[in-house]
Ligand binder design. Structure first.
Ligand code: CA
Ligand code: CA
Length: 200
């Protein structure tokens, strides 16, 4: 005789990785067999341990749904801008995440490390912008389950055109001054010329 164990409802790994079942096999009373009187049947007991395998039933979740950052225009190619982070509570490949960056304008000014989520500058032209410029990007986190699941977050990067204030510069970097010993304190002065440094 074969006994079948059938799943009657959906089972979740969140309630535990293992389930233990106790199965009894009882022989049948037969009027022609005196040894098998009612209440005097033989019982065999078997314990079955069921392991619940992981299904890819969780989406990656971003720690922040909307990232915003301001960066100076002097950022060079490869310089980090911001790091995005997502989590996935599934196991193994079902919980392994990789990142992709999508720019609706196809400008390719920024790039993302698919493993770490680090976004960095990709285009040196960002260092030459003349006005503050906002970039609205979308980052996607996708797991390696089959089929895969994914989530999006928005990333707004504002590149500030005049973010670096350069110090004033003296017209003459070296000046020689003669001082008479009988000059009056506070009355005699010596003009030193300097100019503000221009960004342009
Ligand atoms: Ca998953
Ligand atoms: Ca799961």
């Amino acid at each position: 005789m074969i006994g079948e164990v059938i799943l009657l409802r959906k089972i979740s790994r969140d309630d535990g990785e293992y389930r233990t079942l106790t199965i009894n096999a009882t022989d049948t009373y037969s009027p022609r067999d005196d040894t098998l009187l009612p209440g005097n049947q033989n019982v065999g007991i078997c314990t079955v341990t069921v392991k619940v395998e992981d299904a890819n039933d969780k989406n990656p979740v971003f720690a922040i749904s909307s990232y915003k950052v301001d960066i100076p225009s002097v950022k060079r190619v490869g310089e980090p801008v911001i790091r995005v982070v997502a989590y996935d509570n599934d196991l193994d490949a079902n919980g392994e995440i990789y990142y992709k960056l999508f720019d609706p304008t196809r400008a390719s000014n920024f790039q993302i490390n698919s493993v770490t989520g680090d976004i960095s500058v990709k285009n040196s032209a960002l260092a030459k912008i003349r006005v503050d410029t906002k970039y609205n990007l979308v980052v996607t986190a996708t797991d390696r389950g089959s089929p895969p699941r994914s989530s999006n977050a928005s990333v707004t990067i504002t590149v500030l055109a005049n973010s670096v204030k350069k110090p004033p510069v003296f017209v003459q970097s070296q000046t020689n001054i003669s001082v008479h010993e009988n000059y009056v304190l506070g009355l005699n002065y010596f003009p030193l010329f300097f100019s503000a440094h221009s960004e342009k």
